[in-house]
Design a protein. Structure first.
Length: 293
């Protein structure tokens, strides 16, 4: 077996009295799609920032592609592609121009920029809208463009932070397909942060579960799905008008919930993967339509 491409040894980070990442021990192998699963605030994004040399650890160490992220950060970042949870695209520019600008920043040879940009626009099903301003793109199109941008310089490894957050199921599936296509064709190692166990099952070879900065479980997605994982939050998208009835059904069964009233999203806390069908049946049985999970 080849040496792992990510090694974290006692890696930790504090912000004042808050422990964001606590003594992380982790290895990721070349070509692996590794899922980093946990709710918001579990320490996933902080870990990505440390592994890319953006944030200094409070304690411990890591190696990524054989490099020390803090000592070799600039060089390391020429070999990795990072998709943040809220990627910044210039909506005043076209999709083509957004990619061309970053191609220059990534030092893609000038005589190769046009071909590389066209290749990515085609591969991510954006070519027909390439010369439209990004401000007119749907959220799914913007996310596909941001993912294409991470591949401009042909990185060896991808760090993807919640790549489908806020997308509808169809757009999320399109992004999933693009990730699978990239890993199969290019052999990328992928470090995928997500709060969605279904997404992790669909995409990942192994999954690590983070809770309050600690790695609490590690293994194949199907094995973890069978365990009693109580740190997950499952979001159900329903009609905003149906929220009160849905809450009544769930809370009547002693299920802990929170709600985004305007969007009609109900979050069930402390859920297990095996319980999701029960929640769906409960809501559907009460005549409540579910548009996404």
């Amino acid at each position: 077996m080849t040496d792992p491409v990510i090694v974290a040894s006692g890696l930790g980070r504090r912000f004042g009295e808050t422990v964001a990442v606590d003594q992380l021990e982790l290895t990721v192998q070349a070509g692996e799609v590794f899922g980093f699963l946990g709710h918001n605030g579990a320490g996933k994004t902080t870990t990505i920032r440390m592994l890319n040399g953006i944030l200094t650890p409070t304690n411990g160490s890591s190696r990524v592609l054989g490099l020390d992220p803090m000592a070799d950060g600039p060089h390391l970042r020429t070999r990795t592609g990072v998709l943040t949870e809220t990627p910044s695209l210039d909506e005043r520019l076209t999709g083509r121009d957004n990619l061309a600008i970053y191609a220059d920043l990534y030092r893609v040879p000038k005589d190769a920029v046009k071909a590389r940009v066209d290749e990515l626009l085609t591969g991510f099903d954006l070519y027909e809208r390439a010369d439209d301003k990004v401000g007119g793109y749907s959220k799914g199109m913007k996310q596909r463009l941001a993912l294409a941008r991470t591949l401009l310089h042909k990185p060896e490894m991808l760090f993807l932070d919640e790549p489908t957050a806020g997308l509808d199921p169809v757009a999320a599936r399109q992004v999933h397909d693009m990730i699978v296509q990239s890993t199969r064709q290019q052999g990328h190692t992928v470090f995928l942060c997500t709060h969605n166990l279904v997404e992790a099952q669909r995409l990942c070879d192994r999954v690590g579960v983070m809770e309050h900065g600690k790695l609490v479980a590690l293994g194949a997605p199907r094995d973890l799905a069978r365990q009693l994982v109580t740190n997950l939050t499952v979001d159900f998208e329903v009609d905003a008008e149906a929220v009160p009835a849905a809450l009544q059904e769930l809370e009547g069964k002693g299920i802990t919930t929170s709600v985004a009233q305007q969007t009609g999203t109900i979050s069930v806390r402390g859920a297990t993967h095996s319980a999701i069908p029960d929640f769906v049946n409960l809501l559907v049985g009460a005549g409540i339509r579910i548009y996404g999970v």
